[in-house]
Design a protein around this ligand. Structure first.
Ligand SMILES: Nc1ncnc2c1ncn2[C@@H]1O[C@H](COP(=O)(O)OP(=O)(O)OP(=O)(O)O)[C@@H](O)[C@H]1O
Length: 226
């Protein structure tokens, strides 16, 4: 995306965000609460359509396209609230995300191979799972949707530390199959998973670069996160 401006009503939330995710990359969006990270994902997906600026997918201008068209072209969204169908089973939740109905069984099987932790819960209602298990179902849904690019919002939020590790490993596996744009408040986790980062403050990208060797003590980072 290039110089994207987005608003909620009159409130100017993104003030010219530019970023890119290359094929195969994992990119982290970091920054304090309320600086515009979720809105950046929403603008990319055209859920909060940019009032200025351009969003491109594989080089093609998709600004103003309907969100379902982007989904059709392989952009998946794993929102912060995970959006489970609580009354459906794990298998059903994963199955409804498969685009080609004739491949549901095959896709479900491959998801359960990727997330073996889910196999024993396959027939449980998603609403009865723990937060970490639900997050894994949400990630599996993104994966079976045959997405080339997944936008993942706060995957570790509200999870116990040992579960965060399991979800991180799941994301690591997903990153072998899709590019990821990841909003993540857990700084070490974000640096660990991502190849590059963008640090957002007040609706703008204020720092960016490779995650290699970057720590929370880094002066460039600390003054925006402290
Ligand atoms: N639907 C909405 N209507 C009006 N204002 C909103 C709406 N959603 C978010 N905002 C405001 O827009 C700003 C950016 O929010 P956004 O959710 O993008 O931030 P964020 O960096 O993702 O933070 P968080 O980690 O808290 O979600 C905040 O000031 C927030 O209060």
């Amino acid at each position: 995306m290039e110089d994207v401006h987005a608003y909620y009503g009159e409130s100017h939330v993104l003030e010219g965000v530019s970023l890119r995710v290359d094929r195969g990359e994992t990119v982290a969006l970091i920054g304090r609460n309320g600086v515009g990270k979720t809105t950046t994902l929403r603008a990319a997906l055209q859920l909060t359509p940019p009032r200025e600026g351009v969003v491109r997918l594989r080089g093609e201008d998709v600004t103003g396209e309907p969100t379902h068209e982007l989904a059709h072209r392989g952009v998946g969204w794993i929102p912060e609230d995970r959006r489970m169908f609580e009354e459906l089973t794990v298998a059903e939740n994963i199955g409804v995300a498969v685009k080609d109905a004739s491949r549901v069984d095959e896709k479900l099987e491959s998801a359960l191979e990727t997330f073996p932790e889910l196999r024993e819960h396959e027939n449980r209602k998603a609403g009865d799972l723990s937060g970490g298990q639900q997050q894994m179902v949400a990630i599996a849904r993104g994966l079976v949707g045959e997405n080339d690019l997944l936008l993942v919002d706060e995957p570790s939020e509200g999870l116990a530390p040992q579960i965060v590790q399991t979800v991180a490993e799941a994301l690591e596996r997903v990153s072998d199959e899709a590019s990821l744009l990841l909003v993540e408040q857990n700084f070490p986790l974000a640096m660990d998973l991502a190849d590059r980062f963008y640090l957002v403050d007040n609706g703008r990208v204020v720092e960016s670069g490779s995650t290699e060797g970057v720590t929370a003590d880094d002066e460039r980072i600390r003054r925006y996160l402290a």
